[in-house]
Design a protein around this ligand. Sequence first.
Ligand SMILES: C[S@@+](CC[C@H](N)C(=O)[O-])C[C@H]1O[C@@H](n2cnc3c(N)ncnc32)[C@H](O)[C@@H]1O
Length: 278
Amino acid sequence: MNMVSISEDEFKTISGFVYDKFGIKLGEQKKTLIIERLQKILRTGGFSSFGQYFDYIIKEPTGEAVLTFIDKVSTHHTFFFRENDHFDYLNNSALPHLLEKCKSSGEGVDIRIWCAGCSSGEEPYTVAMCVNEFIENNRLRASDISILATDISVTSIEKATGGIYQAPSLAHVPPMFRQKYFTASGDGNFILKPFLRDKVLFRRLNLMRDDYPFKGKFDIIFCRNVMIYFDAPTRASLIGRFHRYTRDGGYLFIGHSESISRTTLIYKYIKPAVYQKA
Ligand SMILES: C[S@@+](CC[C@H](N)C(=O)[O-])C[C@H]1O[C@@H](n2cnc3c(N)ncnc32)[C@H](O)[C@@H]1O
């Protein structure tokens, strides 16, 4: 079957649009990937060129076509307990510190966690397992700690709310947690138990917005393996927005392969890929 190829101009227009609207930097080396990822849509939609397809998505009035497009263009790879030392730090340092802070304020426990760029839910549900253990061990109420998870991708959010996962995604889930939080469906899939699924609120959100529709600030923000697709100025302005939405003493977790430029560092460095708002 013939592949539709992309011209220099078409790639420039499409990558410019993706950068302006979603912050994702598509360098020349991503060209083949983009051609492959969009090929099926072009074929089923009957588009003979990338130019024709792009024209359609920006004019399509509901915005659905842009959402389908960015779903295909962005990378959603994730799995449970990815970069596990973050969850050790969450359990042993961040949550105990935040609980102490709440207790000493005398205002009751209210810990708010946000997973920004959560993909299909494996990251926020890993957080939910840790939080559930922490709640049980400290005799807290379920409502004392809340988890919000957001992503730009409609299909990822749909998969996340469905809570059904394939075995490879669970490879790093400790056996005890596998038993406690999942039900094997018999066809090789694992279904998240409803009580854990209900701990996470999923919403679609573009991180490139100037400000976010949240009532309050967060004690912990996870934004891991998302900024890897952004350039330095985009990362710096996103970190600035995160900072505005972090409570004093709150934490920011980023991916281990990502970095925050020291010149724009407004958080205090704690350990690799963990920062705190002073
Ligand atoms: C590779 S996944 C990372 C998932 C998870 N945080 C992890 O570390 O396993 C990157 C996610 O970032 C999302 N993303 C990329 N650009 C975004 C944007 N501008 N706004 C919101 N989400 C975005 C993608 O849709 C994708 O699901």
